[in-house]
Design a protein around this ligand. Sequence first.
Ligand SMILES: *Cc1c(COP(=O)(O)O)cnc(C)c1O
Length: 383
Amino acid sequence: MNCASPLSRAWREVSLDAIARNAIVLRSALRPGCRLMAVLKADAYGHGAVGVAERLEREGFGDFAVACLDEAAALRESGVRGRILILGYTPASEAAELRRYRLEQTVVDLEHAQALSASGVPLRVQLALDTGMHRLGIPAEDVDAAARVFAMPGLDVCGVFSHLCVSDDLSPEAGTYTARQLELYRAALANLRRAGLRCGDTHIQASYGILNLPPLEFSVARAGIALYGVLSDGAPVRRPLPLESALSLRARIASVRTLSPGEGAGYGLAFRAAGERRIAALAIGYADGLPRELSRLGGEVLIAGRRCPMVGRVCMDQLLVDVTAASEAAPGGVATLIGCDGGGEIGAVELAGKCSTITNELLSRLGARLPIVHSPVDRANMP
Ligand SMILES: *Cc1c(COP(=O)(O)O)cnc(C)c1O
């Protein structure tokens, strides 16, 4: 188990207060009565799923989604009582576990529904409809297939949902595609209801569906990345909301040394000191979830509020930064990779953008070795 102080090497600082405020802001952007489902997959996008779920339950939120059975079971084992929907595939062989943990399982296609039903275990399921993403779900046009799921023994269909695949794109073509997805989804719901079937919860919006569409008539909206207060990238959205980023990533300075002109540093000696440079080794590397290409792509850290460029190749457990301009840099000091420090700020969007990825990927890969501490501001507010 952990014996070191969480602040000894590198850590994630998470503000659960910010996440709770984001949840409230997001909910207020929905039609009154529409519930916000907090998407907690991938350890809440690197923010720590159990802490986030507990905080949101205290705030009165009771709808959660994860990607897989293990994530759902971990939430239940830690005492989370709300509804938990598994958005991804779970084989029917796990039916007993789904029931034991009182989970709602997504039906990913007709075969999956048949297998879950054949397990003989009574299950709560939500039916995914494919309205054009072509990933999971029964084709929304195939109302007969959807209706068959309702008739399958042992399956209690408590929701029918879909997923938008271009709702982050503000181009007219994407807008047309999203409108078509909504139309297919609405038609499928209407047809099921006409057949006398009760659809239960209905939802199609994820973060960008909330940020780029007007409030919709469905009973739930699922928020992942926006709940954590960041957007996937720097692109504009139609309905910007006052969301607060909830995660800072910090690492200790392990060692500082001075290189003479012409000396190299790191694997492959990929860095060469053009003049005399002070180089610091930070106690964080790609095994902590940082992209290895970051140093090559202009990655920077904040030390005492000053931006210091990453140099050389990112190592598994360390990375090198040029601290020539930050005279404060000293062993034991703290470098900020994501977050604010001394008036400066490096956002997750900036970091993700440098690596041509989205914050969703960057944040969800953090973790393995990075303890989570709740932010000092939160702790000050605790009873
Ligand atoms: C991951 C996921 C979400 C959350 O997406 P964000 O864009 O992060 O809000 C919602 N629905 C489904 C089906 C997902 O897989």
